[in-house]
Design a protein around this ligand. Structure first.
Ligand SMILES: Nc1ncnc2c1ncn2[C@@H]1O[C@H](COP(=O)(O)OP(=O)(O)OP(=O)(O)O)[C@@H](O)[C@H]1O
Length: 253
């Protein structure tokens, strides 16, 4: 049984047809990356999987259960952890308080192990969320979701806006999560970093999957990597001049 199976997904925002037959799967214990340029429909794919923007047709199956029309809380109840774009942590709570908000589900992760995995968070236990750097906030957002001990973890662009060294740190954590047996679907604009850690890769373009293969094969296809990484780099430089508050716009519910 796969952790996740998405078939022929068609999703709309009003009349805009955004996902045009997306199909993908994540086997148990697999780390799969979903790549694609800005606006390709990556976030919409995750939103359809977690029930925030349900698909109009097609199906989503999580650990063998057809969840296509389930509300988000029921899907979360199957052990689906979602770290949305934009690091939603509690700015006025300390790191430690942020980590005590989720109710721990039994599993490999507890607060002690989380502090071992994220030494930076352990050092800043008593600091408020708003005092953390972007990288630390992302780590805190991931840490909080890990405490739910998800069986399937969905991450929306965790490396966005982070310095290369911090990106490495975040990806080390994602790999560790997979190594604990969690199945992971990772959305990324940082093509090179993502294919380095992933087992398999998909590329989404204009609402359809246009490539599927082993991440190691994708990484060797320099032309393809460069084309996609270039498209992302353009997007990043646009964002740097933009306003950071834009990220806070779409809420989780
Ligand atoms: N709430 C919304 N209402 C209408 N259109 C939307 C909405 N959210 C996204 N879109 C549009 O849907 C398309 C896909 O967006 P999506 O965010 O899924 O892309 P993405 O691949 O995740 O890109 P990004 O890297 O910018 O997040 C884009 O054209 C976007 O403008």
């Amino acid at each position: 049984m796969n952790a996740l199976e998405v078939k022929e997904l068609h999703t709309y925002y009003g009349k805009s047809h955004i996902l045009d037959g997306v199909g993908l799967h994540v086997a148990q214990g697999e780390l799969v990356t979903l790549l694609g340029r800005n606006g390709a429909g990556k976030s919409t794919t995750l939103r359809s999987i977690v029930g925030l923007t349900p698909a109009r047709s097609g199906s989503v199956t999580v650990f063998g259960k057809d969840t296509t029309h389930w509300p988000p809380y029921r899907i979360a109840g199957l052990g689906v952890g979602f770290v949305p774009e934009g690091r939603r942590i509690f700015a006025n709570l300390t790191v430690d308080e942020n980590l005590k908000v989720p109710v721990e589900r039994p599993g490999p992760w507890n607060i002690g192990r989380i502090y071992q995995l994220f030494p930076r968070l352990a050092e800043r236990k008593g600091n408020k969320g708003r005092q953390l750097s972007g990288g630390e906030q992302e780590m805190l957002a991931i840490a909080r979701t890990l405490l739910l001990n998800p069986s399937l973890l969905l991450l929306d662009e965790p490396s966005q806006g982070l310095a290369p060294l911090i990106v490495q740190e975040v990806f080390r954590v994602i790999t560790a999560t997979r190594d604990e047996g969690t199945s992971v679907l990772l959305i990324e604009q940082n093509v090179r970093a993502a294919v380095e850690v992933a087992d398999r890769a998909y590329v989404l373009d204009d609402g359809s999957i246009v490539y599927e293969g082993l991440a190691s094969e994708f990484a060797r296809d320099e032309e393809r990597v460069r084309a996609l990484a270039g498209a992302s780099a353009e997007k990043w430089s646009e964002e740097e001049v933009g306003d950071a508050s834009v990220q806070a716009a779409p809420g989780m519910g």
